[in-house]
Ligand binder design. Sequence first.
Ligand SMILES: [Zn+2]
Ligand SMILES: [Zn+2]
Length: 88
Amino acid sequence: MVKMKNGTKSTICVYCGKTATRMNKWKQPVCSEHVIKGEKKRDCPECGATMVLRKGKFGYFWGCSAFPNCDKTLSIQQELDLDKDKKE
Ligand SMILES: [Zn+2]
Ligand SMILES: [Zn+2]
Protein backbone atom coordinates (compact mmCIF):
# COMPACT_ATOMS: atom_id res chain seq x y z
CA MET A 1 0.00 0.00 0.00
CA VAL A 2 1.12 3.51 -0.78
CA LYS A 3 0.94 5.82 2.18
CA MET A 4 -0.30 9.29 1.47
CA LYS A 5 -0.57 12.38 3.58
CA ASN A 6 -4.08 13.67 4.01
CA GLY A 7 -5.03 15.98 1.21
CA THR A 8 -2.21 14.90 -1.04
CA LYS A 9 -3.48 13.86 -4.44
CA SER A 10 -1.21 11.44 -6.16
CA THR A 11 -1.63 10.84 -9.83
CA ILE A 12 -2.95 7.44 -10.72
CA CYS A 13 -2.52 5.25 -13.77
CA VAL A 14 -5.29 5.80 -16.34
CA TYR A 15 -5.46 2.03 -16.91
CA CYS A 16 -5.47 0.50 -13.44
CA GLY A 17 -5.68 3.23 -10.81
CA LYS A 18 -2.36 2.35 -9.21
CA THR A 19 0.09 5.14 -8.50
CA ALA A 20 1.42 6.47 -11.77
CA THR A 21 5.18 6.56 -11.99
CA ARG A 22 5.59 7.88 -15.51
CA MET A 23 3.92 9.41 -18.55
CA ASN A 24 3.27 7.68 -21.82
CA LYS A 25 3.89 9.32 -25.20
CA TRP A 26 0.47 10.94 -25.05
CA LYS A 27 1.19 12.62 -21.71
CA GLN A 28 -1.13 10.30 -19.84
CA PRO A 29 -0.06 9.20 -16.36
CA VAL A 30 0.60 5.46 -16.25
CA CYS A 31 2.25 2.88 -14.03
CA SER A 32 5.34 1.04 -15.26
CA GLU A 33 3.19 -1.92 -16.39
CA HIS A 34 0.97 0.14 -18.64
CA VAL A 35 3.52 2.49 -20.17
CA ILE A 36 3.59 0.28 -23.27
CA LYS A 37 -0.18 0.13 -23.64
CA GLY A 38 -0.66 3.15 -25.88
CA GLU A 39 -3.06 6.00 -25.70
CA LYS A 40 -6.15 5.51 -23.57
CA LYS A 41 -9.35 6.75 -25.16
CA ARG A 42 -12.76 7.37 -23.71
CA ASP A 43 -16.00 8.57 -25.25
CA CYS A 44 -18.11 10.98 -23.26
CA PRO A 45 -20.92 9.08 -21.48
CA GLU A 46 -23.16 12.13 -21.92
CA CYS A 47 -22.78 13.07 -25.58
CA GLY A 48 -20.46 10.50 -27.17
CA ALA A 49 -17.72 12.96 -28.11
CA THR A 50 -14.11 12.07 -27.44
CA MET A 51 -12.89 12.90 -23.98
CA VAL A 52 -9.44 14.37 -23.51
CA LEU A 53 -7.17 14.10 -20.52
CA ARG A 54 -6.65 17.52 -19.01
CA LYS A 55 -4.57 18.73 -16.13
CA GLY A 56 -6.27 20.94 -13.61
CA LYS A 57 -5.54 22.40 -10.21
CA PHE A 58 -6.39 19.09 -8.57
CA GLY A 59 -4.61 16.84 -10.99
CA TYR A 60 -5.60 15.00 -14.12
CA PHE A 61 -9.16 14.49 -15.24
CA TRP A 62 -11.10 13.56 -18.36
CA GLY A 63 -12.94 16.47 -19.96
CA CYS A 64 -15.36 16.30 -22.87
CA SER A 65 -13.96 17.68 -26.14
CA ALA A 66 -17.38 19.20 -26.87
CA PHE A 67 -16.88 21.66 -24.00
CA PRO A 68 -18.48 24.23 -23.49
CA ASN A 69 -21.52 22.54 -25.08
CA CYS A 70 -20.95 19.58 -22.81
CA ASP A 71 -19.21 20.09 -19.49
CA LYS A 72 -18.95 16.44 -18.50
CA THR A 73 -15.79 15.61 -16.59
CA LEU A 74 -14.61 12.41 -14.96
CA SER A 75 -11.76 11.83 -12.58
CA ILE A 76 -9.42 9.03 -13.56
CA GLN A 77 -10.96 6.89 -10.83
CA GLN A 78 -14.52 7.59 -12.04
CA GLU A 79 -13.50 6.67 -15.56
CA LEU A 80 -12.09 3.35 -14.33
CA ASP A 81 -15.32 2.68 -12.43
CA LEU A 82 -17.30 3.12 -15.67
CA ASP A 83 -15.38 0.22 -17.20
CA LYS A 84 -16.04 -1.93 -14.13
CA ASP A 85 -19.79 -1.35 -14.48
CA LYS A 86 -19.71 -2.32 -18.14
CA LYS A 87 -18.19 -5.74 -17.47
CA GLU A 88 -21.16 -6.99 -15.46
ZN1 LIG B 1 -1.46 0.74 -14.66
ZN1 LIG C 1 -19.78 15.28 -23.69
